[in-house]
Design a protein around this ligand. Structure first.
Ligand SMILES: CC(C)(COP(=O)(O)OP(=O)(O)OC[C@H]1O[C@@H](n2cnc3c(N)ncnc32)[C@H](O)[C@@H]1OP(=O)(O)O)[C@@H](O)C(=O)NCCC(=O)NCCS
Length: 290
């Protein structure tokens, strides 16, 4: 990636590696976009990423992060160009640099309508849609589970199962991310089936309040039980969920007080990700991380 060597471009915009010292400027950019990220949300994202900034006259005017989770899988996110500098191919340069060395990888991202054309021209294809729902969570009715199924709290001993379920559902291993999310989550609930871990969901601080995600389950019934449980725990508080539109659960999620506010297009470049049929990702971690 061109992150290591500052490449000065003709219009005075240079790309260089992002460091922790750039986070206040990066946070200011996402705030300008009206994205809800807190400084700690940026810190978490950068801890696991290789980041780039576009800089002009010592000012950060663009950002982009990539996460290499597996030998052949990566995600890209937090692509932002300051409104004053948009339309000058800075976004294109950031993306081209982030994609360097990833030609043999499956690269996943969630595209805003602003970014979609740029990503399509770089070879990304639409694979689905994420719906962003949020609001003050209502007390949720409990979802009846099939015999043998139950929800239970988790402990450190569950980490291997959480990592494996996430990897199966996302189609890439994200061990360090799941470990950190687990440590910081307000709650992580496991869905057991006759004592076997079949799904899980996390309630975490993010942005304006809390987020429910990731949510991994074998089918909709399990996902609903997990989401309803965590929404109930967070009732009366601002809660967000970024849910897979194809899950068929978006209308139901509205009954929990979490209304649709936005959508993003899931796109992949390279070989399609191959999630395991027994574990489906109903809600993502964040739009940046997938
Ligand atoms: C998406 C975003 C990063 C693009 O950055 P940018 O620097 O403006 O993009 P570029 O100037 O590189 O333009 C991207 C493409 O759009 C084209 N384009 C730019 N301005 C255009 C215009 N006014 N009309 C038509 N096409 C235009 C460019 O030709 C370029 O095409 P190419 O990739 O084939 O060369 C920027 O719009 C942004 O920050 N948006 C808000 C945050 C956001 O939504 N980020 C995406 C998250 S997934």
């Amino acid at each position: 990636m061109a992150a290591t060597t500052a490449a000065v471009i003709s219009d005075g915009v240079a790309l260089r590696a992002m460091t922790a010292a750039d986070l206040p400027a990066a946070h200011a950019l996402s705030t300008e976009m009206r994205w809800p990220h807190r400084p700690v949300d940026w810190e978490l994202a950068l801890r696991h990423a290789e980041g780039l900034v576009a800089e002009r006259d010592g000012q950060v005017v663009g950002t982009g992060l990539r996460w290499r989770w597996g030998p052949q899988q990566a995600t890209i996110g937090l692509i932002i160009v300051s409104p004053a500098c948009q339309g000058r191919r800075i976004g294109h340069r950031l993306m081209t640099a982030l994609l360097e060395g990833l030609d043999d990888c499956s690269v996943l991202l969630q595209a805003t309508s602003d970014g979609r054309g740029l990503y399509e021209r770089l070879g990304f294809v639409r694979t689905g849609e994420i719906r962003q729902h949020q609001g003050i969570a209502l007390p949720a009715p409990l979802i009846a589970l099939s015999p043998g199924r139950r929800l239970r709290p988790t402990t450190e001993a569950d980490l291997p199962a959480l990592r494996a379920l996430d990897a199966a559902a996302r189609g890439m291993p994200r061990v360090a991310l799941i470990d950190e999310l687990f440590r910081d989550a307000d709650a992580t609930v496991m869905l057991d089936d006759d004592g076997h871990a079949r799904g899980f969901a996390m309630l975490r601080r993010f942005g304006r309040g809390h987020a429910i995600g990731p949510v991994v389950a074998p089918e909709a019934e399990g996902a609903q039980a997990l989401i309803a449980h965590l929404a109930g725990l967070n009732a009366g508080r601002f809660t967000r969920i970024d849910i897979d539109f194809d899950s068929g659960l978006t209308e139901w999620v509205e009954s929990l007080g979490l209304l649709r506010v936005d959508a993003a297009t899931t796109m992949v470049r390279g070989a399609p990700l191959a999630p395991n049929a027994d574990a489906r990702l109903y809600a993502i971690v964040t739009q940046a991380l997938g």
